[in-house]
Design a protein around this ligand. Structure first.
Ligand SMILES: Nc1ncnc2c1ncn2[C@@H]1O[C@H](COP(=O)(O)OP(=O)(O)OP(=O)(O)O)[C@@H](O)[C@H]1O
Ligand SMILES: [Mg+2]
Length: 372
Protein backbone atom coordinates (compact mmCIF):
# COMPACT_ATOMS: atom_id res chain seq x y z
CA UNK A 1 0.00 0.00 0.00
CA UNK A 2 1.39 3.41 -0.85
CA UNK A 3 2.03 6.04 1.78
CA UNK A 4 -0.81 8.23 0.59
CA UNK A 5 -3.45 5.49 0.80
CA UNK A 6 -2.11 4.37 4.17
CA UNK A 7 -2.26 7.94 5.48
CA UNK A 8 -5.88 8.13 4.45
CA UNK A 9 -6.69 4.81 6.18
CA UNK A 10 -5.02 6.01 9.38
CA UNK A 11 -6.94 9.31 9.34
CA UNK A 12 -10.19 7.45 8.69
CA UNK A 13 -9.53 5.05 11.59
CA UNK A 14 -8.72 7.92 13.95
CA UNK A 15 -11.74 9.90 12.78
CA UNK A 16 -14.03 7.10 13.87
CA UNK A 17 -13.03 7.36 17.52
CA UNK A 18 -15.06 9.83 19.49
CA UNK A 19 -13.98 11.40 22.75
CA UNK A 20 -16.51 12.37 25.37
CA UNK A 21 -20.19 11.99 24.48
CA UNK A 22 -21.19 14.29 21.66
CA UNK A 23 -17.60 15.20 20.90
CA UNK A 24 -16.26 15.21 17.36
CA UNK A 25 -13.68 12.74 16.10
CA UNK A 26 -10.03 12.67 17.18
CA UNK A 27 -8.78 14.29 13.99
CA UNK A 28 -11.49 16.94 13.72
CA UNK A 29 -11.18 17.79 17.40
CA UNK A 30 -7.48 18.49 16.99
CA UNK A 31 -6.32 15.80 19.39
CA UNK A 32 -4.29 14.10 16.71
CA UNK A 33 -1.79 16.40 15.02
CA UNK A 34 1.43 16.23 13.03
CA UNK A 35 0.63 12.86 11.48
CA UNK A 36 3.58 11.30 9.66
CA UNK A 37 3.34 8.11 7.67
CA UNK A 38 6.54 6.67 6.28
CA UNK A 39 7.53 3.91 3.92
CA UNK A 40 7.15 0.50 5.49
CA UNK A 41 4.06 1.54 7.43
CA UNK A 42 5.77 3.52 10.20
CA UNK A 43 3.28 5.97 11.71
CA UNK A 44 3.89 8.81 14.13
CA UNK A 45 1.61 11.52 15.51
CA UNK A 46 1.23 13.74 18.52
CA UNK A 47 -1.80 13.28 20.73
CA UNK A 48 -3.06 16.38 22.51
CA UNK A 49 -4.79 14.93 25.52
CA UNK A 50 -7.51 17.10 27.06
CA UNK A 51 -8.24 17.47 30.75
CA UNK A 52 -11.59 15.70 30.30
CA UNK A 53 -10.18 12.74 28.35
CA UNK A 54 -9.70 9.37 29.97
CA UNK A 55 -6.01 8.42 29.92
CA UNK A 56 -6.95 5.26 28.04
CA UNK A 57 -7.91 7.30 24.99
CA UNK A 58 -4.29 7.48 23.81
CA UNK A 59 -3.86 3.73 24.18
CA UNK A 60 -7.08 3.16 22.30
CA UNK A 61 -5.98 5.49 19.48
CA UNK A 62 -2.70 3.62 19.22
CA UNK A 63 -4.47 0.24 19.07
CA UNK A 64 -6.84 1.43 16.40
CA UNK A 65 -3.94 2.63 14.24
CA UNK A 66 -1.97 -0.58 14.84
CA UNK A 67 -4.94 -2.50 13.50
CA UNK A 68 -4.94 -0.60 10.20
CA UNK A 69 -3.68 -2.98 7.57
CA UNK A 70 -0.23 -1.95 6.35
CA UNK A 71 0.83 -0.27 9.60
CA UNK A 72 4.00 -1.78 11.08
CA UNK A 73 4.90 0.61 13.89
CA UNK A 74 3.10 3.39 15.79
CA UNK A 75 4.79 6.15 17.77
CA UNK A 76 2.66 8.56 19.77
CA UNK A 77 4.01 11.76 21.33
CA UNK A 78 1.54 12.54 24.08
CA UNK A 79 1.00 16.24 24.84
CA UNK A 80 -0.57 16.81 28.22
CA UNK A 81 -3.32 19.39 28.66
CA UNK A 82 -2.24 22.93 29.43
CA UNK A 83 -3.59 24.56 32.55
CA UNK A 84 -6.93 26.11 31.69
CA UNK A 85 -6.22 25.19 28.10
CA UNK A 86 -9.56 24.98 26.38
CA UNK A 87 -9.20 24.02 22.78
CA UNK A 88 -10.79 27.13 21.38
CA UNK A 89 -9.12 29.83 19.33
CA UNK A 90 -5.69 30.51 20.71
CA UNK A 91 -3.60 33.64 20.43
CA UNK A 92 -0.88 33.40 17.84
CA UNK A 93 1.92 31.37 19.35
CA UNK A 94 4.61 28.99 18.39
CA UNK A 95 2.42 26.19 17.19
CA UNK A 96 3.90 25.44 13.81
CA UNK A 97 3.66 21.74 13.45
CA UNK A 98 2.79 22.14 9.80
CA UNK A 99 5.75 20.57 8.18
CA UNK A 100 6.33 18.08 5.41
CA UNK A 101 5.10 14.68 6.51
CA UNK A 102 7.45 12.16 5.08
CA UNK A 103 10.40 14.27 3.94
CA UNK A 104 12.94 15.24 6.59
CA UNK A 105 14.07 18.63 5.31
CA UNK A 106 11.67 20.99 3.54
CA UNK A 107 12.59 21.41 -0.07
CA UNK A 108 11.79 24.77 -1.59
CA UNK A 109 8.81 24.79 -3.90
CA UNK A 110 9.94 25.51 -7.43
CA UNK A 111 8.58 28.42 -9.40
CA UNK A 112 5.82 30.63 -8.12
CA UNK A 113 5.23 30.77 -4.39
CA UNK A 114 8.71 29.43 -3.63
CA UNK A 115 8.48 30.64 -0.06
CA UNK A 116 5.13 29.00 0.62
CA UNK A 117 5.09 25.59 2.21
CA UNK A 118 1.56 24.48 1.32
CA UNK A 119 -0.94 25.83 -1.20
CA UNK A 120 -4.55 24.76 -0.97
CA UNK A 121 -7.44 25.79 -3.21
CA UNK A 122 -11.02 26.10 -2.06
CA UNK A 123 -13.26 25.35 -5.01
CA UNK A 124 -16.84 24.49 -5.90
CA UNK A 125 -18.83 23.28 -8.84
CA UNK A 126 -21.15 26.26 -8.72
CA UNK A 127 -21.36 29.70 -7.19
CA UNK A 128 -22.83 30.84 -3.93
CA UNK A 129 -22.21 27.65 -1.94
CA UNK A 130 -19.94 29.28 0.65
CA UNK A 131 -16.51 28.86 -0.89
CA UNK A 132 -15.27 32.27 0.18
CA UNK A 133 -16.73 31.75 3.64
CA UNK A 134 -14.89 28.44 4.03
CA UNK A 135 -11.64 29.86 2.60
CA UNK A 136 -11.75 32.92 4.88
CA UNK A 137 -12.48 30.90 8.01
CA UNK A 138 -9.87 28.25 7.29
CA UNK A 139 -7.29 30.99 6.81
CA UNK A 140 -8.38 32.73 10.02
CA UNK A 141 -8.20 29.52 12.11
CA UNK A 142 -4.76 28.59 10.81
CA UNK A 143 -3.50 32.12 11.48
CA UNK A 144 -4.95 32.01 15.02
CA UNK A 145 -2.91 28.86 15.57
CA UNK A 146 0.28 30.75 14.82
CA UNK A 147 0.81 29.74 11.20
CA UNK A 148 1.82 32.36 8.63
CA UNK A 149 -1.15 32.38 6.29
CA UNK A 150 -1.92 34.03 2.96
CA UNK A 151 -5.27 34.20 1.22
CA UNK A 152 -5.65 34.90 -2.49
CA UNK A 153 -9.02 35.91 -3.77
CA UNK A 154 -8.87 34.49 -7.29
CA UNK A 155 -12.56 35.10 -7.89
CA UNK A 156 -12.70 37.95 -10.33
CA UNK A 157 -16.42 37.60 -10.87
CA UNK A 158 -17.23 38.67 -7.35
CA UNK A 159 -14.15 39.36 -5.27
CA UNK A 160 -15.28 39.59 -1.67
CA UNK A 161 -12.45 38.30 0.50
CA UNK A 162 -11.19 41.77 1.49
CA UNK A 163 -14.68 42.73 2.62
CA UNK A 164 -15.04 39.55 4.64
CA UNK A 165 -11.92 40.64 6.51
CA UNK A 166 -13.13 44.23 6.87
CA UNK A 167 -10.33 45.40 4.61
CA UNK A 168 -11.33 48.28 2.39
CA UNK A 169 -7.92 49.80 1.67
CA UNK A 170 -6.26 49.42 -1.67
CA UNK A 171 -2.85 47.78 -1.55
CA UNK A 172 0.18 50.06 -1.98
CA UNK A 173 2.16 49.56 -5.15
CA UNK A 174 5.83 50.53 -5.30
CA UNK A 175 8.59 50.26 -7.91
CA UNK A 176 8.72 51.53 -11.45
CA UNK A 177 6.80 50.36 -14.48
CA UNK A 178 7.48 46.71 -15.16
CA UNK A 179 8.96 46.25 -11.66
CA UNK A 180 5.89 46.87 -9.56
CA UNK A 181 5.75 45.34 -6.09
CA UNK A 182 2.38 45.06 -4.39
CA UNK A 183 2.07 45.15 -0.62
CA UNK A 184 -0.05 42.34 0.86
CA UNK A 185 -2.70 43.75 3.18
CA UNK A 186 -2.93 42.04 6.54
CA UNK A 187 -6.16 41.61 8.49
CA UNK A 188 -6.90 39.29 11.43
CA UNK A 189 -3.40 37.86 11.03
CA UNK A 190 -3.95 36.81 7.41
CA UNK A 191 -2.07 38.31 4.45
CA UNK A 192 -4.69 39.08 1.86
CA UNK A 193 -4.75 39.85 -1.79
CA UNK A 194 -7.63 40.12 -4.19
CA UNK A 195 -7.44 39.88 -7.91
CA UNK A 196 -10.38 42.25 -7.88
CA UNK A 197 -8.06 45.10 -6.91
CA UNK A 198 -6.25 44.85 -10.20
CA UNK A 199 -9.10 44.31 -12.58
CA UNK A 200 -11.34 46.82 -14.15
CA UNK A 201 -14.77 45.75 -13.07
CA UNK A 202 -16.37 47.37 -16.06
CA UNK A 203 -14.66 44.93 -18.40
CA UNK A 204 -17.00 42.14 -19.50
CA UNK A 205 -16.31 38.88 -17.66
CA UNK A 206 -16.20 36.94 -20.90
CA UNK A 207 -13.18 38.93 -22.12
CA UNK A 208 -11.38 38.50 -18.86
CA UNK A 209 -11.78 34.73 -18.68
CA UNK A 210 -8.80 33.59 -20.77
CA UNK A 211 -6.63 36.30 -19.29
CA UNK A 212 -7.12 35.39 -15.66
CA UNK A 213 -4.47 32.73 -15.36
CA UNK A 214 -1.80 35.03 -16.80
CA UNK A 215 -2.88 37.89 -14.61
CA UNK A 216 -2.90 35.67 -11.56
CA UNK A 217 0.62 34.47 -12.26
CA UNK A 218 1.93 38.00 -12.55
CA UNK A 219 -0.04 38.98 -9.51
CA UNK A 220 1.40 36.23 -7.33
CA UNK A 221 4.91 37.18 -8.44
CA UNK A 222 4.46 40.85 -7.68
CA UNK A 223 2.86 40.60 -4.27
CA UNK A 224 5.16 40.77 -1.24
CA UNK A 225 3.85 37.69 0.51
CA UNK A 226 6.98 36.90 2.47
CA UNK A 227 7.46 33.37 3.81
CA UNK A 228 4.18 31.56 4.45
CA UNK A 229 3.23 28.23 5.98
CA UNK A 230 -0.04 28.03 4.09
CA UNK A 231 -1.60 29.84 1.16
CA UNK A 232 -5.35 29.47 0.70
CA UNK A 233 -6.74 30.22 -2.75
CA UNK A 234 -10.40 31.16 -3.05
CA UNK A 235 -11.23 29.94 -6.54
CA UNK A 236 -13.86 31.31 -8.88
CA UNK A 237 -16.86 28.96 -9.06
CA UNK A 238 -17.11 26.39 -11.82
CA UNK A 239 -15.01 23.91 -13.70
CA UNK A 240 -14.46 25.63 -17.02
CA UNK A 241 -11.29 26.54 -18.90
CA UNK A 242 -10.62 29.60 -16.77
CA UNK A 243 -10.61 27.50 -13.60
CA UNK A 244 -8.54 24.79 -15.21
CA UNK A 245 -5.85 27.21 -16.31
CA UNK A 246 -5.82 28.76 -12.83
CA UNK A 247 -5.26 25.34 -11.30
CA UNK A 248 -2.44 24.71 -13.73
CA UNK A 249 -0.83 28.08 -13.02
CA UNK A 250 -0.66 27.67 -9.26
CA UNK A 251 1.31 24.75 -7.93
CA UNK A 252 -1.35 23.31 -5.63
CA UNK A 253 -0.82 20.78 -2.85
CA UNK A 254 -4.48 20.06 -2.54
CA UNK A 255 -8.03 21.20 -3.09
CA UNK A 256 -11.11 21.40 -0.91
CA UNK A 257 -14.49 21.11 -2.65
CA UNK A 258 -17.41 22.93 -1.10
CA UNK A 259 -20.96 21.90 -1.84
CA UNK A 260 -24.39 22.39 -0.34
CA UNK A 261 -26.77 19.50 0.37
CA UNK A 262 -29.06 20.51 -2.50
CA UNK A 263 -26.17 20.65 -4.99
CA UNK A 264 -24.72 17.28 -4.09
CA UNK A 265 -27.02 15.61 -6.59
CA UNK A 266 -25.90 17.74 -9.52
CA UNK A 267 -22.89 16.83 -11.61
CA UNK A 268 -21.05 20.04 -10.71
CA UNK A 269 -19.17 18.76 -7.68
CA UNK A 270 -18.17 15.57 -9.47
CA UNK A 271 -16.88 17.61 -12.41
CA UNK A 272 -14.94 19.77 -9.95
CA UNK A 273 -13.29 16.78 -8.32
CA UNK A 274 -12.45 15.30 -11.72
CA UNK A 275 -10.90 18.60 -12.83
CA UNK A 276 -8.41 18.46 -9.95
CA UNK A 277 -7.68 14.79 -10.51
CA UNK A 278 -7.00 15.50 -14.17
CA UNK A 279 -4.15 17.84 -13.20
CA UNK A 280 -2.93 15.50 -10.44
CA UNK A 281 -4.00 17.71 -7.59
CA UNK A 282 -4.99 15.82 -4.50
CA UNK A 283 -8.58 16.44 -3.45
CA UNK A 284 -8.21 16.85 0.30
CA UNK A 285 -11.91 16.46 0.81
CA UNK A 286 -15.50 17.58 0.45
CA UNK A 287 -17.16 20.11 2.76
CA UNK A 288 -20.92 20.21 2.98
CA UNK A 289 -21.98 23.76 3.76
CA UNK A 290 -25.39 25.08 4.81
CA UNK A 291 -26.17 21.62 6.11
CA UNK A 292 -29.31 21.53 8.22
CA UNK A 293 -30.70 24.49 10.03
CA UNK A 294 -30.40 24.95 13.74
CA UNK A 295 -33.55 26.57 15.11
CA UNK A 296 -32.42 29.48 17.30
CA UNK A 297 -35.49 29.05 19.50
CA UNK A 298 -35.62 25.36 20.28
CA UNK A 299 -32.08 24.32 19.30
CA UNK A 300 -33.55 21.52 17.17
CA UNK A 301 -31.75 20.71 13.94
CA UNK A 302 -33.91 20.59 10.84
CA UNK A 303 -32.49 18.95 7.75
CA UNK A 304 -33.98 21.27 5.20
CA UNK A 305 -32.26 19.54 2.29
CA UNK A 306 -31.88 15.96 3.44
CA UNK A 307 -28.95 14.41 5.27
CA UNK A 308 -25.63 12.78 4.51
CA UNK A 309 -25.42 13.74 0.82
CA UNK A 310 -21.90 15.17 1.08
CA UNK A 311 -20.67 12.07 2.82
CA UNK A 312 -22.19 9.75 0.22
CA UNK A 313 -20.74 11.84 -2.58
CA UNK A 314 -17.29 11.77 -1.00
CA UNK A 315 -17.50 8.00 -0.63
CA UNK A 316 -18.63 7.60 -4.22
CA UNK A 317 -15.78 9.77 -5.51
CA UNK A 318 -13.31 8.10 -3.14
CA UNK A 319 -12.23 11.35 -1.54
CA UNK A 320 -12.35 12.21 2.18
CA UNK A 321 -15.36 13.87 3.73
CA UNK A 322 -14.06 16.83 5.77
CA UNK A 323 -17.25 17.76 7.56
CA UNK A 324 -20.39 19.84 7.44
CA UNK A 325 -21.03 23.44 8.37
CA UNK A 326 -24.61 24.21 9.42
CA UNK A 327 -26.67 27.15 8.22
CA UNK A 328 -26.05 29.79 10.85
CA UNK A 329 -27.19 33.40 10.90
CA UNK A 330 -23.87 34.31 12.56
CA UNK A 331 -22.14 33.65 9.22
CA UNK A 332 -24.00 36.41 7.45
CA UNK A 333 -23.51 38.77 10.39
CA UNK A 334 -19.79 38.02 10.45
CA UNK A 335 -19.62 38.75 6.72
CA UNK A 336 -21.21 42.15 7.24
CA UNK A 337 -18.94 42.96 10.18
CA UNK A 338 -15.79 42.06 8.29
CA UNK A 339 -14.73 39.36 10.75
CA UNK A 340 -14.69 35.67 9.86
CA UNK A 341 -17.18 33.60 11.88
CA UNK A 342 -14.46 31.68 13.71
CA UNK A 343 -13.38 34.99 15.27
CA UNK A 344 -16.79 36.68 15.59
CA UNK A 345 -18.68 33.66 16.94
CA UNK A 346 -16.27 30.80 17.66
CA UNK A 347 -18.69 28.96 19.92
CA UNK A 348 -21.67 29.10 17.55
CA UNK A 349 -22.73 26.09 15.44
CA UNK A 350 -20.89 27.25 12.30
CA UNK A 351 -17.89 28.51 14.29
CA UNK A 352 -17.36 25.16 15.98
CA UNK A 353 -17.82 23.24 12.76
CA UNK A 354 -15.30 25.47 10.99
CA UNK A 355 -12.72 24.96 13.73
CA UNK A 356 -13.10 21.19 13.45
CA UNK A 357 -12.85 21.48 9.68
CA UNK A 358 -9.64 23.47 9.87
CA UNK A 359 -8.07 20.95 12.24
CA UNK A 360 -8.95 18.02 10.03
CA UNK A 361 -7.65 19.85 6.99
CA UNK A 362 -4.42 20.76 8.74
CA UNK A 363 -3.80 17.13 9.63
CA UNK A 364 -4.40 16.09 6.04
CA UNK A 365 -2.24 18.88 4.68
CA UNK A 366 0.59 17.95 7.03
CA UNK A 367 0.43 14.45 5.69
CA UNK A 368 0.88 15.52 2.04
CA UNK A 369 4.53 14.86 1.21
CA UNK A 370 6.49 17.99 0.29
CA UNK A 371 7.42 18.28 -3.34
CA UNK A 372 10.93 18.56 -4.53
N1 LIG B 1 -23.22 28.14 6.75
C1 LIG B 1 -23.79 29.29 6.39
N2 LIG B 1 -24.81 29.82 7.09
C2 LIG B 1 -25.39 31.00 6.70
N3 LIG B 1 -25.01 31.71 5.64
C3 LIG B 1 -23.99 31.24 4.89
C4 LIG B 1 -23.33 30.02 5.21
N4 LIG B 1 -22.35 29.82 4.29
C5 LIG B 1 -22.40 30.87 3.45
N5 LIG B 1 -23.39 31.74 3.78
C6 LIG B 1 -23.76 32.98 3.08
O1 LIG B 1 -24.03 32.63 1.74
C7 LIG B 1 -23.54 33.60 0.83
C8 LIG B 1 -22.60 32.96 -0.16
O2 LIG B 1 -21.40 32.56 0.51
P1 LIG B 1 -19.99 32.79 -0.19
O3 LIG B 1 -19.86 34.16 -0.73
O4 LIG B 1 -18.96 32.32 0.76
O5 LIG B 1 -20.14 31.73 -1.39
P2 LIG B 1 -19.21 31.53 -2.66
O6 LIG B 1 -19.31 30.09 -3.00
O7 LIG B 1 -17.87 32.10 -2.41
O8 LIG B 1 -19.96 32.38 -3.74
P3 LIG B 1 -19.39 32.91 -5.15
O9 LIG B 1 -19.46 31.74 -6.05
O10 LIG B 1 -20.33 34.00 -5.51
O11 LIG B 1 -17.99 33.37 -4.92
C9 LIG B 1 -22.89 34.68 1.70
O12 LIG B 1 -23.80 35.72 1.88
C10 LIG B 1 -22.62 33.97 3.01
O13 LIG B 1 -22.63 34.86 4.10
MG1 LIG C 1 -16.77 33.65 -3.41
Amino acid sequence: MDVEALTESVITALSRISGEAGDVDLVGSGRVQGLEVKEGGRVRFSFHLRAEDPGTLVKFARQVVEEVSGVSEVKVDVQLPRLGGADGPRPAGNDRTLKPGSVPAPTPRPGLLAEVERVVAVSSGKGGVGKSMVAANLAAVLASQGLRVGLIDADIYGPNIPLMFGETRRPRVSGGKGHERIEALEAHGVRLMSLGFLLDREQPAIMRGPLIAGILKQFIEQVEWGALDVMVVDMPPGTGDAQLSLVQTIDLDGAVMVTTPQDVATGDVRRGIKMFEKVNTKVLGVVENMAGWLCPHCGEQADVFGHGGGERLAAEMEVPFLGRVPLDAAVAVAGDEGRPTVLADPEGPAGRALFALARGLRTRLEAVPARS
